[in-house]
Design a protein around this ligand. Structure first.
Ligand code: DGJ
Length: 743
């Protein structure tokens, strides 16, 4: 990759093998956007990309130039209030009440690698050759506000990471009322907007629409990135699909309130903004203080959605997730939540764990209910001390007994919350978020601790660290089960209340940072009532997340398919649960539940003692299969083949790095009678390798499987002879394809 600055034309050109990103210093000193897309050859001067013309009813910057209006110029980090009437990237409130700024180029520098963003999760490099970072400094002369725009281009893939850092180098107190991570002006609006939206238990559904004039937006004002909208956007050309075509993916590495929007103006140009939600944000910057925005990552490809996703998967697996578990296959776990809910004793837990061990499970996870006076969701949050009536020897004792069984122990926490019925709340009633003189709303009978205050984070850290220091724990599930309301902190003055949502999430990141540093071998799984905070910010600390509280295999197809647009399989917590399913009361076959969950971190969310002998044997086989193939399932190259949003069948596959093994997941919702002949055109295989299909025993070359297709016609469906094994609704299969020496 290269970052060039052409002095004469004042043009920056950032490029690698895949992309070019071209900007220039405009006549008024602002930074203009010239081109973003497929790699183009470098030239000394690209300034002809800057199209300006004289238009009626336009305000102009210069007396003598009727064509230079910011309204019609594509910019890098625009302001509002001079001649641009679109939504801006930044707004600074000044002591005299003015919000007008004029950010003019000062200097720039280029460095190998990528700097850390203070206090915030972000992508990183391990060697300077992996990326280059351009920092462009702009300055508003009147106020002294400086902005450093950071652009990191990675050597591999069409990846560009962006963020902005503000420094008040003036003498007055300034207030940021908007500080987006990224603004991207594109020359046309010929895109389909694609978002991942839903709600609790129905996260990450794919929704698409053509861009129209005006503003289209997603975001969250809940304090968490939310079940409703994932901080992720795809803009794809209308003809682009999974296999081909131009696609831009935009992912915000942030877990709090956010906004991503696209504004199409009257001339069909497009402005994309992404960052902290401006509605719920202000930030006071006293002289000398600085503010760093979260990072936004852009991925461009002209090879379709699968390629965009694969680029995100590899980046987020290797250069966003960190630590001991980053590259390791994930332990197969048994979580007791849907097995017992709050109704357990140590003996009951150990009976579940013993059976799990017999089946091959590696990690037993004790979920909610082990602490304080927690026998329902009305009490106990905040008291992170084992309830001795349930666990006579505490967590340390339980961990010893689980280890004696030959397994590891994991534990659930909800660090950010408190019940009023808890010793913690009784000691610190003023440590929750809430507006003075007004009632606080509850959610699941709990209140949100004020994580904007260091002393609150310290107190929770001490309780958690105490447990982790004493007990042999290998895994923590970090839950968060309500959104923030009445956001007000008793720890901050009136004119800093607009900072609390962001300070809260910084407190969450701080606690994660401290715990993951002190206990580097503990595997963290994030959770927020399932996927309420399944976002890249969390991935930095917790390499996997509980994707949804909906554990039904059919519902999960849509959720996992949608999430795979951005997130790697190794990040998706997915479990086999009991039937009838506890969320939708559906009965699905045991093999289908496992066939969906194995495209995830894989585990069980039930009491295996309740299965029949035949089912237990099946579970043992599932676990053996997962152990054999999880390296490929979790870290191979993932392809979506058939969308659950478009028909009765879903299919996806992973291919090993050496292309010698592929696993194809095929799922049919309702059974067919006398149905069609079906085949799946596979992807990512080596055309010349011969693959044995373990199901049929037949051997096919990669080119046959990719171009003619894998035959999936299910001849037991409906028309099968009476003695054959019959398919049911919710049928599925995993096709294992292994390369063999040529035939
Ligand atoms: C919500 C989580 O998503 C569930 O998996 C479980 O941990 C419960 N909270 C426990 O209260």
């Amino acid at each position: 990759m290269t970052i060039l600055y052409h002095e004469n034309s004042k043009v920056f050109h950032l490029y690698n093998d895949t992309i070019s990103y071209v900007m220039m210093i405009l006549k008024n000193g602002h930074l203009g956007q010239l081109y973003y897309g497929k790699r183009i050859r470098d030239r000394e001067d690209f300034s002809y990309f800057l199209e300006t013309c004289e238009r009626p009813m336009t305000a102009r910057v210069f007396e003598e130039d009727d064509a230079f209006s910011l309204e019609h110029i594509r910019q890098e980090y625009p302001v509002f209030g001079t001649t641009d009437f679109r939504q801006p990237a930044v707004e600074v409130l000044q002591e005299n009440g003015s919000r007008i700024s004029d950010f003019v180029y000062q200097s720039h520098s280029v460095k190998g690698g990528k700097p850390k963003l203070s206090g915030l999760p972000a992508t990183y490099t391990e060697a300077d050759e992996e990326a280059e970072t351009l920092t462009v400094t702009l300055r508003d002369a009147l106020t002294g506000m400086e902005i450093e725009l950071l652009y990191t281009i990675f050597a591999e893939g069409g990846i560009l990471a962006r963020s902005a850092r503000f420094l008040n180098s003036g003498e007055q107190t300034l207030r940021l009322t908007r500080a987006m991570s990224l603004s991207l002006d594109l020359p046309d609006r010929d895109y389909v907007w694609q978002q991942l939206s839903g709600c609790w238990a129905r996260e990450c559904h794919v929704h698409s629409r053509k861009l129209e004039p005006g503003i289209q937006a997603i975001g969250s004002m809940r304090g968490n990135s939310s079940h409703e909208h994932n901080p992720f956007l795809v803009l794809r050309r209308p003809h682009a699909n999974e296999r081909q075509g131009e696609v831009i993916g935009l992912s915000l590495i942030y877990s709090g309130n956010f906004r991503i929007q696209a504004e199409v103006d009257a001339h069909d140009t497009l402005r994309v903004l992404a960052g902290i939600d401006p509605e719920t944000f202000t930030w006071r910057l006293d002289p000398g203080e600085s503010f760093q925005t979260p990072e936004a990552v852009l991925v461009y490809t002209d090879q379709g959605l699968n390629h965009m996703s694969q680029t995100f998967h590899k980046l987020y697996q290797r250069r966003l997730a960190r630590g001991y578990w980053r590259d390791r296959v994930r332990p197969i776990l048994n979580n007791n939540w849907e097995a017992t809910y709050f109704d357990f004793t140590e003996e009951r837990l150990l009976a579940i764990a013993a059976k799990a061990k017999e089946c091959g499970v590696e990690l037993f996870v004790l979920d909610d209910g082990w602490f304080g006076e927690r026998s329902s969701d009305h009490a106990g949050l905040g008291d992170w001390v084992a309830n001795r009536r349930r666990l006579p020897e505490g967590i340390a004792g339980l961990a010893d007994r689980v280890e004696e069984l030959g397994m590891k122990l994991g534990l659930w926490f909800e660090p950010e919350m408190v019940n009023k019925d808890s010793d913690f709340y009784r000691q610190h009633p003023d440590w929750i978020l809430g507006t003075p003189g007004r009632s606080q709303s509850q959610g699941r009978h709990q209140y949100v601790l004020d994580f904007s205050r260091k002393e609150v984070v310290d107190a929770i850290y001490e309780q958690m660290a105490e447990i982790l220091r004493k007990a042999k724990l290998s895994y923590i599930k970090w839950d968060m089960n309500r959104s923030i309301t009445e956001c007000f902190s008793g720890g901050w003055p009136a004119d800093r209340q607009g900072e609390i949502y962001h300070r809260y999430i910084l407190g969450v990141y701080d606690l994660y940072e401290r715990l993951t540093s002190e206990f580097p071998k503990v595997l963290f799984e994030s959770c927020a009532s399932g996927g309420g905070r399944f976002d890249p910010g969390m991935l930095y600390y917790a390499p996997q997340g509980w994707l949804s509280d909906d554990s039904d295999a059919v519902e999960r197809l849509k959720i996992q398919y949608g999430a795979s647009m951005c997130y790697p399989i190794s990040s998706m917590g997915a479990h086999v649960s009991a039937v009838p399913n506890h969320q939708v009361y559906r009965n699905t076959p045991l093999h289908t539940r496992a066939n969906v969950a194995c495209f995830g971190t894989f585990g069980y969310e039930l009491d295996l003692n309740k299965l029949t002998e035949e089912e237990t044997e099946e579970v043992k086989e599932q676990i053996a299969f997962m152990k054999k193939y999880r390296q490929i399932l979790q870290f191979g190259t993932f392809y979506r083949l058939k969308s659950p949003f478009e028909g009765n069948e879903t299919a996806w596959m992973v291919v090993s790095e050496d292309q010698k093994t592929a696993l194809v997941g095929w799922y049919r919702i309702l059974n067919d009678i006398n149905g069609r002949y079906t085949r799946l055109r596979l992807e990512g295989l080596h055309p010349a390798y011969a693959y044995r299909n373990q199901k049929s025993g037949l051997v096919h070359y990669g080119d046959e499987l990719m171009y003619a297709g894998l035959i999936t016609t299910d001849d037991t469906a409906g028309q099968a002879p009476a003695e054959a094994k019959h398919s049911t609704d919710f049928e599925s299969g995993i096709y294992i394809l292994e390369a063999i020496p040529s035939v």
